[in-house]
Design a protein. Structure first.
Length: 125
């Protein structure tokens, strides 16, 4: 249990920080403008941050499990697809994804996923 907790928590911290920087600093105007055009307010209350913290922890747990079974490259591809591509399909379908973020979010999400996979791999050893 102790050997799995540190890699998961460290990866979750990396994921949470990456998400916060990307969505609250780099891409915030895309989100707020898109939500405003829909007549909505971009959800930025503390409870939303807490839910993203839970998502980060769950994503790190998935990465930990995948890394136990796959190599670095395979884990990266699977985790990026599971964590981001599937989320973008769902929120795109719901109409709340500002597609203009994707040229930025794609590479940044890959860095995020790869960093989390790398952290888990290094701390599991």
């Amino acid at each position: 249990m102790k050997r799995s907790l540190l890699p998961i928590l460290a990866a979750a911290a990396w994921i949470g920080i990456s998400e916060f920087v990307r969505n609250q600093f780099l891409l915030r105007s895309y989100w707020t403008d898109h939500y405003s055009r829909m007549g909505l307010t971009f959800p930025a209350d503390p409870v939303n941050g807490a839910v993203w913290g839970i998502w980060s922890l769950l994503f790190a747990g998935v990465i930990f499990v995948l890394r136990s079974r796959f190599d670095l490259r395979e884990t990266f591809v699977l985790s990026w697809f599971i964590g981001f591509v599937m989320m973008w399909v769902v929120i795109g379908n719901l109409g709340v994804l500002p597609f203009g973020i994707l040229p930025y979010a794609l590479p940044l999400s890959m860095v995020e996923a790869f960093g989390a996979v790398w952290i888990v791999g290094k701390l599991k050893e």
